[in-house]
Design a protein around this ligand. Structure first.
Ligand SMILES: [Zn+2]
Length: 223
């Protein structure tokens, strides 16, 4: 049911769905129309059963393939400042994660480099992690500003991110505190898109080296 604010905004500004470009009935609720949202492609089986197993992550789940509407949604969340999409993705992400969350101690968002986060003003992985109903542990930092992954092949991506992550935040003693927290814990990494898995793998490696018992991952989409 569209509110008066929605009716006014829809009439005056006529914002359109970021996927199908039709005028939105309820623009204050979401930048994607209900028709598109209902048509988001979903995996019928866990994403980790679709391809080669990761050597670091015990499970990797995703909502669906990185194409069509889900690609538009990720781009909206990541590059167009549409932060409200994270909350709307929450239920789909929880469903995709399934029992990975049940016995997990916490969720860990994949960090952005501080410079990139400062320019974007938020970390989309952090917003997504906050929707999962588990404690959010920001125990990783990205200390190397890696070039965008999209232009690189698989080996270049792995080399690109291999040493990009470290334990802890930017405050003194943060690495030590993060290590004490992670030891013998089960955590779920959260990111927007899984492409080659190099980024999640690099993060999982840091957590396992710090003594994590089990590291899993959930992402919005899988390329
Ligand atoms: Zn639409």
């Amino acid at each position: 049911m569209a509110s008066i604010a929605d009716a006014l905004i829809a009439t005056v500004f006529a914002p359109v769905c970021l996927s199908c470009a039709r005028v939105l009935d309820a623009p204050t609720r979401s930048p994607v129309c209900d028709t598109c949202w209902a048509r988001i492609g979903r995996f019928a089986i866990p994403a980790c059963d679709l391809g080669p197993r990761s050597t670091t992550l015990s499970h990797v789940h995703a909502i669906g393939p990185f194409e069509d509407i889900l690609r538009d949604v990720v781009h909206g969340l990541k590059f167009q400042g549409r932060r409200t999409l994270a909350a709307r993705l929450g239920p789909l992400l929880r469903e995709a994660a399934g029992d990975l969350l049940d016995d997990a101690d916490a969720v860990v968002p994949v960090p952005l480099h501080p410079w990139r986060q400062w320019r974007r003003t938020y970390n989309q992985a952090d917003l997504l992690a906050a929707t999962l109903g588990r404690p959010v542990w920001r125990v990783l930092r990205r200390w190397r500003a890696t070039p965008p992954q999209t232009a690189l092949d698989r080996h270049a991506r792995q080399a690109n991110v291999r040493h990009a992550f470290a334990l802890g935040g930017w405050m003194p003693g943060a690495a030590h505190r993060a290590r004490r927290r992670i030891e013998d814990r089960t955590v779920v990494l959260v990111d927007d898109v899984l492409t080659t898995g190099a980024t999640l793998d690099a993060c999982a490696r840091v957590l396992l080296d710090a003594g994590a018992r089990d590291v899993r991952a959930v992402t919005v989409a899988r390329a």
